[in-house]
Structure formats: structure tokens, C-alpha cells
Design a protein around this ligand. Structure first.
Ligand code: BJW
Ligand code: ZN
Length: 256
């Protein structure tokens, strides 16, 4: 293990540009449930009932009830050592882009906490699947700060003040296109990175899971941090089997 960590540290410190792709596993030790695996959300809930535009059209009350529960859950969580170490690293080193599939806002919280009064910009993530902490109008697409949700009935669900349509969480559901400019930012960073550090994703959901392949295609290298094997493991130069909160500070921390 320590050989892999040494090798990964060397690759990361020698790299010009680095892209970091994170998934639900990086927030697991903050108490945010992952999607897949024995304790994942998809063990108790079916994605087609809750995370598709068809599900929202069929039963917006049920979908909002689930997202309101997740907002409350995430509000009670705090960034862990992995979020903080990545934020510190991105702030002290040039050319690091954090791309996250997570909608929990923990990377951004870590960035602001670590930056203190400084500009947190370099550590703010590209959120390819949107954010739980924002609403979007299902009619006119206007984005707004999240409002309190009363999911007792369809009549009590939040509505757009501009056009009256139902608001929805500003996340990307299955079958929906990712925001074009957000995807372009993630793809540009992956295509020009010398190293792609992949943390806590099952690498099953595309196009996010293809980003490390973009780095590889341009001659860059992949480092994976995940306790379990994924489809990326075979193509990674270095695989570190362990939890993010322990491993990430060892890779990018000052004192590792
Ligand atoms: C730890 C740990 C610890 C545990 N430390 N690690 C190409 C091929 C096949 C299909 C497609 C394709 N291109 C597009 C598709 C269709 C689809 C797709 O990918 N389907 C596959 C599942 C088959 N993709 C889409 O629909 C996307 N849209 C799109 O492509 O539009 C164009 C298009 C439309 C129609 C047809 C074709 C093209 C949109 C995808 C949106 C995904 N949305 C969700 C929900 C977001 C909102 C919400 O949160 O509610 O995003 S689904 C869910 O999965 C969420 C996640 O961001 C995403 C990825 O999950 P993630 O982060 O990897 O989590 P897990 O749980 O899977 O894994 C956790 C990992 O952590 C595990 O590996 C653990 O081992 C590890 N771990 N503890 C480190 N302590
Ligand atoms: Zn509207």
C-alpha cells in the first residue's frame, strides 16, 4: 500500500495539470449515503421512481419528498478530511480542477472553509450532476435558491414565481443532458490533464465515467482511490484500496 501511495504522490506532484473526479464515496465518511452497494440509496429506492424526468412528471410529490429528505440529511453533514485536503491542495497549487458528480455541496463548503477570507475559486468544483442546494423551474428553467418544500400534496409543492410551473431540484436525472457549458469545462480539464485522480465513484454513470478515459486518450495517467474494484481499476496506473478520508490526505496533504 505504501508503495502505491508513494507512486501516486510522485505522479501528482510531477504533474502539470490535474483533474480530480469524485463520486458519492468521497462523502460516505461524512454520512451521505452512496447510491450503489449494500447500503446505497438504490437498495431502498428505485432510480426510475425518483431520479428521472418521467418520475417527476408522474409523481412530483413523491420525488420532492425524497429530495427534501436528502436535503435535510445533507444539511446535517460536514465536509470530511478528503474534501478538505483536496480543497487545500487546489488552493495552494496551480492547475487543479475538481469535477464532482455529487450534488451535496460538500466540496464547495470545504473550499470556503479552507479559504477563510481568501478567494475559494480554485477549489470550487465543477458540479456535473447539478446541486441539491438549488431549485430549477420545470417550465422556464430559471434557477433559484432552494425554497422550503411542503410535500404534503401536489398543491403545496413549490412553484416558479415567473411562470407558475413546478420547481424541481436542479440535479441531472437519468436520460437528461448534462449542462453543456459545465460538461465542456469538465471535459476540457480531463482532456488536458496529466493525471486524473478518481475518488469514490463506481464509474458506471456516463458521461462522467468517461472523463478519465479522456485523460488516458491524451497520454495522461489515472489514479483510483476506492475500497472496491471498478471498471476503471484495470486502466489505472495506480490503484489505492481504501477510504477517501484516510487516503486523500496521504496523497495531497503537506505532511504525508
Ligand atoms: C468509497 C467509500 C469511501 C464507498 N471512500 N470510496 C453510455 C453508456 C451507457 C449508458 C449511458 C451512456 N451515456 C449515457 C448513458 C445513460 C445514463 C447512464 O450512464 N446509465 C448507466 C447507469 C448505464 N446516463 C445519463 O442518463 C446521463 N445523461 C446523459 O448521458 O444524457 C445524454 C443521453 C440521454 C439519453 C440517452 C443517452 C444519452 C445523466 C446521468 C445522471 C445521473 N444522475 C444521478 C442522480 C443525480 C441526482 C441525485 O443525486 O439524486 O447521479 S444517478 C447517481 O449516480 C448520481 C451520481 O452522481 C451517479 C454516480 O454515482 P457514484 O457517485 O459513482 O456513486 P456510487 O454509489 O455508484 O459509487 C460509490 C463508490 O464509492 C463505490 O465505488 C464505492 O466502492 C465507493 N466508496 N465508500 C472512497 N469511504
Ligand atoms: Zn418558470
Amino acid at each position: 500500500m505504501s508503495e502505491s501511495i508513494d507512486r501516486a504522490r510522485t505522479l501528482l506532484s510531477d504533474a502539470g495539470a490535474v483533474v480530480i473526479l469524485t463520486g458519492a464515496g468521497i462523502s460516505a465518511e461524512s454520512g451521505v449515503p452512496t447510491f450503489r452497494g449494500p447500503a446505497g440509496l438504490w437498495k431502498s429506492f428505485r432510480p426510475e421512481d425518483l431520479a428521472t424526468p418521467e418520475a417527476f412528471a408522474r409523481d412530483p410529490r413523491l420525488v420532492w419528498e425524497w429530495y427534501a429528505w436528502r436535503r435535510t440529511l445533507v444539511a446535517g453533514c460536514v465536509p470530511n478530511a478528503a474534501h478538505r485536503a483536496l480543497a487545500e491542495w487546489a488552493l495552494r497549487r496551480d492547475r487543479v480542477t475538481i469535477v464532482t458528480q455529487n450534488v451535496d455541496g460538500l466540496h464547495a463548503r470545504a473550499a470556503r472553509e479552507v479559504a477563510g477570507g481568501r478567494d475559494a475559486g480554485a477549489a470550487l468544483p465543477v458540479e456535473v450532476h447539478g446541486s441539491l442546494l438549488r431549485d430549477r423551474c420545470s417550465g422556464c428553467d430559471a434557477r433559484t435558491a432552494p425554497v422550503a418544500v411542503d410535500a404534503t400534496s401536489v398543491a403545496t409543492l413549490p412553484r416558479c414565481t415567473l411562470c407558475g410551473s413546478l420547481l424541481r431540484p436542479d440535479v441531472v436525472w437519468f436520460g437528461e443532458m448534462l449542462d453543456e457549458s459545465v460538461l465542456a469545462a469538465a471535459d476540457g480539464a480531463a482532456a488536458t490533464a496529466d493525471v486524473c485522480l478518481v475518488v469514490g465513484t463506481s464509474a458506471l454513470v456516463h458521461p462522467a465515467a468517461s472523463l478519465p478515459l479522456r485523460t488516458r486518450a491524451h497520454g495522461g495517467m489515472v489514479i483510483e482511490v476506492n475500497p472496491e474494484e471498478t471498471p476503471l481499476s484495470r486502466m489505472a496506473e495506480v490503484v489505492i484500496r481504501g477510504g477517501a478520508a484516510e487516503m486523500i490526505p496521504m496523497l495531497v496533504g503537506r505532511t504525508a
